[in-house]
Design a protein around this ligand. Structure first.
Ligand code: SF4
Length: 408
């Protein structure tokens, strides 16, 4: 049995493996909030408000009510193919589709696992940037993990996505298109064994590439399109999880939006000393500020907040850290939060390896002893390198992508 004193001494420090973290002028890990300027993706139906869609249709020489028909094709039948849109007049149909449903994602690669119940997609955007999404079937629900940025500017030392920095923000339509493409695949029977014929994506998690709150306006527009019952995908806000490493002002803004999405804070450490190294944005907004903002989210929305905590052997899995986390959460009230410890995969020889089973159990036990609801999370998708914080386009992916022509 490890004593408290010994467990404080065994402290593995975060460090990158096989790559060098970019630093700013002060020697701290570089944080990128602004998207580098690149050619914007073409404007798409899903980027526009319902009123703007009508205007655009009129601009293209057709009566405004055609916008509603196009919405139905895209958001309900998940099609971009003019040949399937027989309720639209043949003359002008191609131009309408080209003008409002330009191609956004080209599929580069698809990896399947869990007997077809998990699929990872690698997509190429119009400018060659690569992003991924992961589709997962569970009993009674289908979850899609979406990307919100190409690359990421948050520079977390454990995360492959952050290595290359932020390539650019994704547009709202590029975010939505990941769902539409997944729904189309499900409708065609491409995701394992169907439970019923009208299946579609029920849950969205913003845990793919990127920090969603660093691309706030486009992510929020995408969420509105997802939840719009009349002019969008008609999904439930509760099934949408926005996950952040702790951009406190943006969490507060999200709390004021009046859209009751599920909110998750990727905390991974309750003390600033470790979290400064583990999650570089902690140098801007400390643990207490992130937790205060998370608590505010609960107060404004009534939605219980999730705290994500990857358990990393001898780095953040100490019993005293579970106690500290429990105390910090309880200081802010009861019943507002639950913790999801996430066991990593064993990676022998790496500092980023799984906690022992005993350490995992002890961590959970200590949180529960403080009255914090705690659930060890399922890490499905790891075997295809598609779990959150691990999404990356490898060099091999890049080579395949380079030889994949863009869709037209
Ligand atoms: S863990 Fe998330 S926030 Fe950090 S670099 Fe990776 S994608 Fe960005």
């Amino acid at each position: 049995m490890t004593t408290e004193r010994e467990s404080r001494i065994t402290q593995v420090r975060p460090r990158t493996e096989g790559w060098t973290q970019k630093k700013d002028d002060t020697g701290r890990p570089l944080l990128q909030f602004a998207s580098p300027k690149r050619g914007k993706p073409p404007v798409h139906l899903a980027d526009l408000t319902p009123e703007q869609r009508v205007e655009k249709v009129v601009e293209l020489g057709l009566p405004g009510f055609r916008a509603k028909q196009l919405e139905k094709h895209y958001f309900t039948h998940w099609t971009h193919d003019p040949a399937e849109m027989t309720d639209l007049p043949a003359s002008g149909r191609e131009e309408l589709v080209r003008g409002l449903l330009p191609p956004l994602l080209t599929e580069v690669r698809r990896l399947q696992t869990d007997r077809g119940d998990t699929i990872k997609f690698l997509w190429k955007l119009h400018d060659g940037a690569l992003v991924e999404s992961v589709l997962m079937r569970y009993p009674g629900r289908i979850t899609l993990c979406v990307s919100s940025q190409a690359g990421c500017g948050m520079n977390c030392p454990f995360c492959a996505t952050g290595q290359a920095g932020l390539t650019r923000n994704m547009s709202a339509a590029e975010i939505i298109e990941q769902i539409v493409r997944a729904n189309r695949l499900i409708a065609e029977g491409g995701l394992g064994k169907a439970e019923h014929p009208d299946e579609r994506v029920t849950n969205i998690v913003f845990m793919g590439m990127g920090e969603p709150l660093a691309n706030y306006a486009r992510v929020m527009h995408a969420v509105r399109v997802m939840t719009d019952q009349k002019h969008g995908l008609g999904m439930s806000a509760r099934g949408i999880t926005i996950s952040t490493v702790g951009l406190a002002p943006a969490i507060r803004k999200l709390a004021a939006e009046d859209i009751p999405v599920t909110f998750a804070l990727s905390l991974h450490a309750p003390d600033d000393e470790l979290r400064d190294e583990l999650i570089p944005v902690n140098s801007r907004w400390k643990v207490d500020e992130a937790l205060d903002a998370a608590r505010e989210y609960f107060e404004r929305t009534g939605r219980r907040v999730s705290i994500e905590y990857a358990l990393i052997k001898d780095m953040n899995d100490h019993g005293w850290r579970a106690d500290l986390l429990g105390d910090k959460l309880n200081e802010r009230g009861r019943g507002w939060v639950h913790v999801n410890p996430i066991p990593l995969n064993p990676t022998p020889g790496s500092v980023w390896t799984s906690s022992t089973r005993a350490a995992q159990n002890e961590f959970v036990r200590r949180l529960e002893a403080k009255g914090i609801p705690t659930t060890l999370r399922d890490t499905r998708g790891k075997e295809i390198d598609g779990a959150c914080g691990q999404l990356v386009a490898t060099e091999e992916d890049a080579a395949v992508a380079a030889s994949t022509p863009l869709e037209d």
